[in-house]
Design a protein around this ligand. Structure first.
Ligand SMILES: Cc1cc2nc3c(=O)[nH]c(=O)nc-3n(C[C@H](O)[C@H](O)[C@H](O)COP(=O)(O)OP(=O)(O)OC[C@H]3O[C@@H](n4cnc5c(N)ncnc54)[C@H](O)[C@@H]3O)c2cc1C
Length: 303
């Protein structure tokens, strides 16, 4: 994997990590380990925490509307956090926030930006020239179109076909970037404006943004994007974020994993089928009241 930051950028990050400051504010020891560090994702991307607010105790503090830390005991706090998560009492989770710096391919950014409950500021390709950095999938992620899921992929491409696809991706990326540079060039010509020249670049070029979100909405993002149904490339970012959030707010993340991520929700029809099965009845799709697709999804979970 290539290093996603240049030596100069790394020096800036190191400099920030070498200058600790005293504060009266709440800190999360787990999150302090991540602060400023760039965690590599895909071939040139990263996520890094630029700032954060709150910890597990801050969730309890808000829930109890407390004057002090709001902490009773770690066990007590964990119980409260699990209760809040279980009962969709979400506002205390909004009291924690995180500001991230993310470097990601444009086609991943298009999926990510759909999550509207965050604050975003993106690198301006009107103002600056984009770097020659393109996402080229690792061979194990170069897969064929799925025949059962129109929004998915199936077997990994192999041999000549894989080599040909990789070749096309690399050649097209390089060629369009060469033309981008040519169009911008003022060498004996006026040079096309950056805001126009960029339209020639493919969607696998990398962009960057600052993304600030509260924990409740971050959980919603992770629930959708760290899921098997999400495209691998955005899932890679969501997985990296899960590791960070688990260190930041371990109790809240544990509750989120149990009650959201690894949980399943049942329709009234599914509950009825399960009850009939527990009573000893054999239920088939035809007399379940479920569509074929719903039945298939039900079977995947309950067999
Ligand atoms: C597997 C997968 C496949 C997808 N496929 C497609 C696709 O084919 N085409 C496509 O266009 N999108 C697709 N999406 C994007 C999806 O439809 C959502 O836009 C995206 O997941 C963001 O979710 P959200 O709106 O809940 O998040 P947020 O924008 O963060 O909103 C969080 C919650 O806030 C509330 N909210 C926010 N803004 C408003 C508002 N203006 N009005 C009312 N309520 C609001 C809603 O309750 C919402 O659930 C896909 C997403 C996934 C995970």
């Amino acid at each position: 994997m290539n290093t996603p930051v240049t030596p100069e950028q790394q020096a800036e990050i190191d400099n920030l990590r070498e200058s600790p400051r005293q504060t009266l504010r709440v800190i999360s020891e787990g999150m302090e380990q991540h602060l400023y560090t760039a965690h590599p994702v895909l071939d040139h991307g990263f996520v890094r925490v630029v700032d954060y607010m709150g910890d597990d105790a801050a969730i309890c503090q808000a829930a109890r509307v407390s004057y002090g830390r709001g902490t009773k005991s770690v066990q007590n706090d964990e119980g409260l956090i699990r209760y809040l998560m279980r009962h969709w009492h979400s506002t205390p989770f909004e009291m924690c926030e995180v500001k991230l710096h993310v470097k990601l391919p444009v086609f991943v950014a298009r999926q990510w930006i759909r999550h509207r409950t965050a604050n975003v500021n993106e690198y301006s390709a009107r103002y600056s020239i984009l770097d020659r950095e393109f996402y080229i999938p690792a061979p194990e992620n170069l897969a064929a179109q799925s025949s059962v899921n129109k929004q998915g992929r199936s077997e990994v491409l192999e041999g000549d076909e894989a080599a040909r696809v990789l070749d096309l991706l690399r050649q097209d990326a390089m060629r369009s970037y060469d033309h981008y540079e040519d169009m911008l060039s003022q060498d004996g010509q006026q040079g096309l404006a950056r805001e126009l020249a960029r339209m020639n670049l493919p969607a696998n070029i990398y962009t960057q943004w600052y993304w600030k979100v509260d924990l409740h909405n971050l959980f919603h993002f992770l629930r959708l994007r760290a899921d098997a149904h999400a495209q691998y490339e955005i899932r890679a970012y969501a997985d990296a974020l899960c590791d960070i959030v688990a260190d930041w707010v371990p109790a809240a993340f544990g509750a989120f994993r149990d009650y959201r991520m690894d949980a399943v929700s049942l329709s009234a029809g599914a509950v009825s089928v399960l009850k009939r099965r527990l009573a000893g009845e054999t239920v088939a799709q035809e007399d379940s009241g479920m569509s074929m697709r719903e039945w298939r999804e039900f079977q995947e979970i309950w067999g």
